[in-house]
Design a binder for this molecule. Structure first.
Ligand SMILES: Nc1ncnc2c1ncn2[C@@H]1O[C@H](COP(=O)(O)OP(=O)(O)OP(=O)(O)O)[C@@H](O)[C@H]1O
Length: 260
């Protein structure tokens, strides 16, 4: 059964059709069909090993880096197949940014961390770089804390600040979609609350797809929720519906903590 195909999203930003993903001979994702809504937060939930991270990494072709992996099916970003020759993979990763479980700031200053993507793109205009740093740090709710220390190393900050810095770096290149792979799992409750608040702000400008193990977090931050189990998309819908009235018994068992 695949409820996802029955959920119609108007003007989706990402359309996934008949997606299968293989690690060598092993099929990790089985024929996923799901459309992601624009400027909304979608949570991917499911027990460990069900394929959440694999799926997330398909969306900006991070899995291309895994030897022996193979993708079948199509993923469209604003109508263009991300595997077509029309899509440059570097440009794809600019358009579909990523924030990881463990913050990964570079051993550089805060300023250089934020504009890293622009530097790679060869941008030299100082005013534009300054403006991007301020805008991105404000967007990541970090400006007030670091504005007097922009040229200090990013490595001296707290875990929560570093994760917000990684979010600032992700938004600095103006992506269309931001993928977040358990962005709060290494953070304390206070920093988690700040990042969750930030996700609420970011959804005004960006589409966010977030993997989380934390059911309360999925319920708090997301508009839509997709439940995966053993590489299958079991149920997909509005978060309120998935949590209050899931259609599928496996979804219900998972969200009520009966397994996983
Ligand atoms: N690089 C890899 N090579 C081979 N198999 C892999 C690789 N990465 C993941 N897998 C397998 O693919 C399946 C899906 O893993 P994935 O990490 O996507 O699940 P997940 O739902 O994100 O799990 P978790 O919640 O524990 O992070 C698992 O069976 C896993 O063992």
């Amino acid at each position: 059964m695949n409820n996802a195909t029955t959920l119609s999203i108007k003007d989706p930003i990402v359309e996934v059709k008949n997606l299968r993903f293989y690690y060598g001979a092993s099929e990790a994702l089985h024929n996923l069909n799901i459309d992601f809504p624009r400027r909304q937060v979608t949570a991917l939930i499911g027990p460990s090993g069900c394929g959440k991270s694999t799926f997330l990494r398909c969306l900006n072709r991070m899995n291309d880096l895994v030897d022996g992996s193979r993708v079948v099916g199509s993923i469209r970003l604003n109508g263009t197949d991300i595997h077509s020759s029309a899509m440059d993979v570097i440009e794809l990763r600019r358009r579909v940014g990523m924030v990881f479980q463990k913050s990964n700031p570079f051993p550089k200053s805060i300023y250089e961390n934020v504009i890293y993507g622009l530097r790679i793109a060869g941008v030299k205009d100082r005013a534009l770089l300054d403006e991007t740093v301020e805008k991105s740090l404000k967007g990541a709710a970090l400006w007030d804390e670091v504005k007097d220390r922009l040229h200090d190393s990013a490595l001296g900050f707290s875990g929560g600040q570093m994760q917000r810095l990684c979010i600032a770096r992700a938004i600095a290149v103006n992506p269309e979609v931001i993928l977040m792979d358990e962005p709060c799992s290494a953070l304390d409750p206070k920093s988690t609350a700040r990042v969750e608040e930030l996700i609420g702000e970011l959804r005004k400008d960006f589409t966010i797809i977030i993997v989380t193990h934390n059911m309360q977090q999925a319920a708090r931050v997301s508009d839509y929720t997709a439940f995966l189990y053993e590489g299958l998309l079991i149920e997909y819908g509005l978060t309120d519906k998935i949590f209050m009235k899931p259609k599928n018994k496996q979804t219900e068992d998972y969200i009520t903590g009966r397994f996983g």
